[in-house]
Design a protein around this ligand. Structure first.
Ligand code: HEM
Length: 400
């Protein structure tokens, strides 16, 4: 260890030198030619762009964490209310959790925070609450949209990834911040509810690439190109209800990386209808070029095939669009497997029945991607409006 063989001579490895440098202090580091450390006069971190102090406002008409530019890490946690929880106690729970979220997202510790230092770098922390049908009912909100999706032929749902009474969606650019917020919220929820499932998601780390870059999933695809854009009129019309609520569909979709690996590049691109390189449609050159679904090859075949995911996912009815805001998941592989990965597919729309379901039905009937993807979890939540200071999430329902 610590040495690389080069011909017959033995010379120290780069790793060995770095370890030696660290052990013997800056002198050794300078000797290695790493000048930035040796001759830096400014305090550590002075010239680095730091994002830890950035905050996203908590209060507002809409909850944060939906139109917010996606953070690098997300945790989705579904809770089951204890049997005895009634309308009054669920209000108490929501008041407590709202207070925690309002503090933590602004870099302030929660009440009785046992690790207050961990609260001081919010890194764009958002906490978004979702109500399953039981809380929606207790609150007196409409439950017409908050029910399990119809069954689809492609589904292989496992109950351990389905449904839930209360969703906590916690996201930040710093994984430690997410963990701390998760622990504080769960501590306060403990006497009211138990954890049904948690799903940890991630995207590229903040600062690895320009923040406007469309995310990549673990198939290597650029995922999210043709999407509603927060802040636009279309987004406002198709995502937010009049009372500033929305609905969320969360699907845990396993991606079989092993069988995907067996495909060559053209077949991978054909399955979606876009290139892997820059996400351009197969009929275009740039990511945001409009796909030409009528274009034929010289042999008369559709360039974007009949089963291509983007052809099947696009509706002729513009009212059927949804806002997709997915995260990757990647669990530790076990046994013979070398990956347990997929997509935490999340979409927001005014109406699950009118926007999400027709789209999912089309993909269920035909979509080349179905060969490599399997939905194993499914949940639908009402996302209540945001709240004002001194209020709590869901208060408009309880006081109506
Ligand atoms: C693991 C599962 C999935 C993967 C890997 C995947 C991947 C992709 C990719 C690579 C694109 C093209 C780039 C883009 O426009 O974003 C795309 C587009 C799209 N996907 Fe998916 N997707 C998955 C599941 C779903 C599901 C479950 C839905 C909805 C039910 C969906 C709806 C859409 C829509 C609406 C588009 C845009 C189509 C267009 O108008 O061009 N996808 N997806």
């Amino acid at each position: 260890m610590g040495a690389e063989r080069s011909g017959t001579a033995t010379r120290p490895s780069r790793r060995g030198l770095l370890i030696a440098g660290a052990a013997s202090g800056l002198g050794a580091v300078a000797a290695l030619g790493i000048e930035s450390l040796a001759d830096s006069a400014s305090p550590p971190g002075a010239s680095e762009p730091l994002h830890g102090q950035e905050t996203i406002p908590f209060y507002g008409s809409h909850q944060a964490g939906i139109a917010t530019a996606p953070q690098a890490y997300a945790a989705y946690i579904a809770l089951t209310l204890r049997d005895e929880v009634d309308r009054d106690s669920v209000q108490r729970l929501l008041r407590i959790l709202t207070d925690d979220a309002a503090r933590l997202t602004q870099g302030r510790e929660a009440l009785a925070d046992t690790e207050p230092e961990l609260a001081h770098l919010p890194a764009r922390l958002t906490v978004t609450f979702g109500f399953g049908s039981r809380i929606a009912k207790l609150a007196g909100a409409s439950t017409s949209e908050v029910k399990p999706l119809p069954e689809f032929g492609i589904d292989r749902l496992e109950q351990r990834w389905c449904d839930g009474d209360l969703l906590l969606h916690i996201a930040a650019d710093d994984r430690l911040t997410v963990s701390h917020a998760q622990r504080m919220l769960l501590k306060d929820a403990r006497s009211f509810a138990t954890v049904k499932w948690t799903q940890a998601g991630f995207r590229r780390a903040r600062g690895s690439e320009a923040s406007s870059t469309t995310m990549r999933n673990l198939f290597g695809q650029i995922d999210g190109t043709s999407n509603l854009a927060p802040g636009t009129q279309e987004f406002n019309q198709l995502v937010w209800n009049k009372d500033s609520s929305t609905t969320m569909v969360l699907r845990r979709i396993r991606m079989n990386l092993e069988t995907w690996d067996e495909l060559d590049r053209p077949a991978r691109e054909f399955s979606v209808g876009r290139t892997l390189d820059n996400g351009a449609p197969l009929t275009g050159a740039l990511e945001h070029d409009e796909p030409d679904f009528r274009r034929l090859t010289v042999n008369g075949f559709a360039v974007i095939g009949d089963q291509a995911h983007i052809r099947r996912a696009r509706s002729e009815n513009p009212e059927e669009r949804i806002y997709r805001r997915a995260y990757n998941y990647d669990e530790p592989p076990t046994g013979e497997n070398i990956s347990d990965s997929g997509l935490i597919f999340v979409s927001y729309q005014k109406s699950v029945a009118k926007q999400y379901v027709p789209l999912q039905q089309r993909l269920d009937q035909l979509d080349a991607l179905n060969q490599w993807t399997t939905p194993i979890g499914s949940a639908v939540f009402l996302i209540p409006p945001g709240c004002q200071e001194h209020g709590f999430i869901g208060d408009t329902y309880f006081t109506a």
